[in-house]
Write a protein that binds this ligand. Structure first.
Ligand code: 13P
Length: 343
């Protein structure tokens, strides 16, 4: 199949437009329900529709978002006004994307490690989404750090990097930009240095596999964790230390021709995720476009306010807009924590 490289680079350029981000709204149904439950909100298909409508259909959201990553249910679902979400997004100039892995499963023979699966019927599934208007795709691998147990193993890194690269090539064949997301988990007592060493190994392996499988690099977006100390390590790195370590990791691993780099929030607080992005954006001469692509750090404070109630929608939208605006500023290196306290 001939690659449509022009289409791929045009999609990358749209997604990484300056000062815009990509909302990760692709929690599986089970994860979405768990998240709603954790805020005391009812669950089920109709509640998930309202949850998605709140964030995807907010008036003015297109000022901040270039794309939204959807889960299968939302991709095919109508919003609360009876219009398919994917069409409502396109009408606002926001590209609909789709998560196409089918989950991180136990990695046989490697206790406590996961391998993300979904390659078998990937071409058929991607074709259906492409025909229905998807512009890009996402595949997430999870890598756990546990130094005492010797994790991550080389085998886990290698198998996940292999799957990410094979997925990327299939997505590109159908004209859809692949977002390759190897998430190095925040959980644990590891140091900033360990996080840097492991994230460098992981991202390096993914890039190597993308090259081995001849992915078209300008048509690939890397979605990575920032390099941060583990959440059970009392020695908390400053935003500048996080930015230094993250950019060192990227410079060692990511070729300049790659389409661009997005960051996940990974369990950081909303303020940390914004402050860290800002410190990264302040670094000079970054050769790639960078952007935020958060789920929790954009949505959680608004969910606290919403509580699933119609009368709280306006206040929840105000909070969501605030997080979007602050991340927009951070993406340009213009954020300051004092802005958190302004109305
Ligand atoms: P978080 O920002 O909550 O880590 O989610 C991003 C994401 O895409 C996870 O797959």
């Amino acid at each position: 199949m001939q690659l449509d490289t022009q289409k791929l680079t045009a999609t990358v350029a749209h997604l990484l437009a300056p000062e815009k981000g990509i909302l990760a709204a692709d929690e599986s149904n089970g994860t979405a329900d768990k998240r709603l439950e954790s805020f005391g909100i009812a669950t089920g298909e109709d509640m998930r529709r309202k949850f998605r409508h709140l964030f995807l259909c907010m008036p003015g959201v297109e000022e901040f978002l270039s794309g939204v990553i959807l889960y299968d249910e939302t991709f095919w679902q109508d919003n609360c006004d009876g219009k398919p979400f994917r069409i409502a997004l396109r009408e606002k100039g926001i590209l609909p994307g789709i998560k196409v892995d089918t989950g991180a499963k136990d990695f046989p023979g490697f206790p406590d490690e996961k391998l993300t699966v979904g390659l078998d019927d990937l071409p058929e599934r991607i074709k259906k989404y492409a025909d229905a208007g998807a512009a890009f795709t996402k595949w997430r691998a999870v890598i756990k750090i546990d130094e005492k147990a010797g994790l991550p193993t080389d085998a886990c890194i290698e198998a996940n990097a292999d799957a990410l690269a094979r997925y990327a090539v299939v997505a590109q064949q159908f004209g859809l930009v692949p977002i390759v997301e190897p998430e190095v988990l925040l959980e644990g007592p590891h140091s900033l240095k360990t996080s840097e060493i492991i994230t460098t190994r992981v991202v390096g392996a993914v890039i190597q596999k993308l090259q081995d499988y001849k992915a078209y690099l300008p048509g690939v977006i890397l979605k990575t964790s920032m390099v941060i100390n583990g959440n059970k390590n009392a020695d908390e790195a400053s935003p500048v230390e996080v930015a230094d370590a993250t950019v060192r990791m990227l410079r060692k691993t990511v070729p300049t021709e790659l389409g661009g780099v997005e960051f996940l929030s990974g369990g950081q607080t909303a303020v940390e995720a914004t402050a860290h992005l800002d410190a990264i954006a302040e670094k000079e001469d970054l050769p790639w476009e960078i952007a935020f692509s958060y789920a929790r750090a954009l949505q959680e404070s608004a969910l606290t306010i919403w509580q699933g109630k119609d009368e709280n929608v306006a206040a929840a939208c105000t909070e969501f807009t605030k997080r979007l605006r602050l991340n927009q500023l951070a993406d340009a290196g213009k954020y300051d924590v004092s802005l958190e306290y302004l109305d």
